[in-house]
Design a protein around this ligand. Structure first.
Ligand SMILES: [Fe+2]
Length: 190
């Protein structure tokens, strides 16, 4: 089996963006993800969309030059993804329920199903705060739009189009959009 051209181009752009945006612990985590990309998981095609996905086109039109190759590559792939709400989301919390979606690209339940890493995307409407959460694997985020991240060791921070956010293993963390839509990619070695 071989990857689709869209997936292959997205992973190449991810590798380049991670290496140019990260240093230290986040770069080490990114390299753990990159080192696993030569192995291919099981392709599981299937598309799901949510109304909040209508913000993706607007978000992609705002990608800054530093992230343009990654934005283009993600834009070519995103129509193939299964976008879902976070499993813990409650319909009674309207802004979050209606205002976010996640898609696993590589990883458990993803377009390429596998157990050794997670690569995925989150889209949020303007003015939405993602719920606090934590997980055992460390995590690197790359933003495609302005947005802010928080963790229990860091105040709210916008990493900008040339930076990254790193969450050490197990730390409580969250993110939020501002006046515009939010689109970001996450990379976790499992
Ligand atoms: Fe996370």
């Amino acid at each position: 089996m071989t990857r689709s051209p869209e997936m292959a181009a997205f992973l190449d752009a991810s590798r380049d963006a991670l290496r140019s945006s990260c240093t230290g612990a986040p770069l080490a985590a990114a390299e753990r993800v990159i080192s696993r990309l030569s192995y291919m998981g099981v392709a599981r095609p299937g598309v799901d969309r949510l109304p909040v996905c209508d913000w993706i086109a607007s978000a992609l039109s705002r990608v800054q030059p530093e992230r343009a190759p990654l934005g283009r590559a993600f834009g070519a792939l995103e129509g193939q993804l299964r976008w879902r709400r976070r499993a813990s989301a409650s319909e009674s919390e309207h802004p979050f329920w209606n205002g976010h979606a996640n898609a696993v690209i590589l990883g458990p339940g993803g377009l390429e199903d596998r157990l050794d890493l997670w690569i995925g995307a989150t889209v949020m409407a303007p003015g939405v705060r993602y719920v606090d959460h934590d997980h055992a694997p460390e995590e690197v985020y790359l933003s495609l739009t302005p947005g802010e991240w928080w963790n229990s060791a860091m105040d709210w921070t916008d990493p900008g189009p040339a930076g990254c956010i790193y969450n050490p293993p197990g730390i409580a963390h969250a993110m939020r959009s501002g006046d515009g839509p939010f689109l970001a990619l996450w990379y976790l070695p499992l």
